[in-house]
Design a protein. Structure first.
Ligand code: ATP
Ligand code: MG
Length: 356
């Protein structure tokens, strides 16, 4: 997508770029089907929409789809990535300024709000707006008016505002960093993006889509994913959601080798420890502690194996445990027996005592 932050006014208006087919964007899960229904209904009405969801779940894509389905689809689509613009510049970027408004304001400059007239203004990561800018945005949403910095009079603009965030705005309201009245204004319709781990039924189709897409894009011929790798993709927790899956498949297409990404998945899985604590039932501290210890052990073993290029004898020495104990722990932790292996570890009894 052609995006610039400096320069001419027209450069702030963005093209919608490529959007994957609907069947891929929404997949099969019930949560995504419900989201699609909601999006279709709301797109044609000029009401603010708040898109919430973890990073990489597709908020950007949905914002662009809303614009492309709106009555103002031929109008401008203006995205503002709030954290990317330093706080002091954000006000002038958003609302523009008059000549002489501050030192260095040699001319008049319209802001992005104005540029989005009869189109869509997409405010990405809205929680980054400071309280002063939040009240200016509130005024815009309440009566469609805003004031350029240094101007004597308000201006009127017709604009559809779509906001996105990967934070819990409700918590920011409690902290006093986000205005409750603004939250009600931007949250007329809420679209909640499910994380990828809650729509596992779509992982295979998404992976196949990215494989085909990047094979064509990079003129490569990476083969269909093996059953082992597909099974690993199903089990993985996907903290980076669809973006992480896309990058993983891109890496596979470019490197043409599954072993590297299988290793990455295992390493990343071991970094993750998120105990499933059900606060409604009894909690076993003993069990949680045991779980945490096992996780820690896995992480340490993996690090040491990597540091010793998967030479298990050296790793056992470094860990001050016997070679046999290390083999047992590797198997117990579900780690691959050696760097390139994609097979399950063999039973310890079958392995030679000095396998390395
Ligand atoms: N449903 C989807 N189908 C296909 N690709 C998707 C889908 N959702 C996201 N992607 C891809 O994943 C990447 C991240 O998506 P996007 O930028 O929309 O996420 P986001 O929720 O806005 O993330 P962030 O909070 O980090 O800005 C993009 O490259 C996008 O093309
Ligand atoms: Mg985004």
């Amino acid at each position: 997508m052609a995006v610039t932050t400096a320069g001419s006014v027209s450069s702030l208006v963005q093209s919608l770029g490529e959007i994957p087919p609907d069947s891929i964007v929404f997949g099969r899960s019930e949560a995504m089907q419900a989201l699609r229904d909601r999006m279709d209904k709301v797109a044609s009405a000029n009401v603010p929409v708040l898109i919430q969801g973890e990073s990489g779940t597709g908020k950007d894509i949905i914002a662009r789809m809303i614009h492309s389905l709106s009555p103002w689809k031929t109008g401008p689509y203006v995205k503002v990535n709030c954290p990317a613009i330093p706080g002091t510049l954000l006000e002038s970027e958003l609302f523009g300024y008059e000549k002489g408004a501050f030192t260095g304001a040699y001319g008049t400059k319209p802001g992005r709000v104005e540029m989005a007239h009869r189109g869509t203004l997409f405010l990405d990561e809205i929680s980054e707006l400071d309280l002063g800018l939040q009240s200016k945005l509130l005024q815009l949403l309440q009566d469609g008016q805003f004031c350029r910095i240094g101007a004597q009079e308000d201006k009127k603009v017709e604009v559809r505002v779509v906001c996105a965030t990967n934070r819990k705005l409700e918590a920011e309201i409690e902290n006093g960093t986000f205005r409750q009245d603004l939250f009600y204004r931007i949250n007329v319709v809420n679209l909640q993006m499910p994380p990828l781990r809650e729509r596992r039924g779509d992982i295979e189709d998404l992976a196949a889509y990215f494989l085909d897409y990047y094979n064509r894009k990079y003129n490569c011929r990476a083969r269909e994913l093996s059953a082992d790798l597909k099974a690993s993709l199903q089990k993985y927790h996907w903290p980076g959601n669809i973006r992480e899956l896309e990058n993983l498949i891109k890496r596979y297409v470019i490197l043409g080798n599954e072993d590297v990404i299988t290793g990455d998945l295992v390493a990343s899985e071991r970094e993750y420890f998120n105990p499933d604590i059900n606060l409604d039932g009894p909690i076993s501290l003993k069990k949680l502690t045991r779980q945490a210890t096992r996780e820690l052990e896995r992480k340490v073993i993996l690090k040491v194996l990597q540091a010793h290029h998967w030479n298990r004898k050296q790793a056992a020495r470094a860990l001050s445990i016997s070679y046999r104990a290390l083999l047992y722990k590797i198997r117990d932790a579900g780690l691959p027996p050696n760097r390139s292996s994609r097979r399950r570890p063999e039973p310890i009894a079958n392995q030679g005592a000095a396998a390395d």
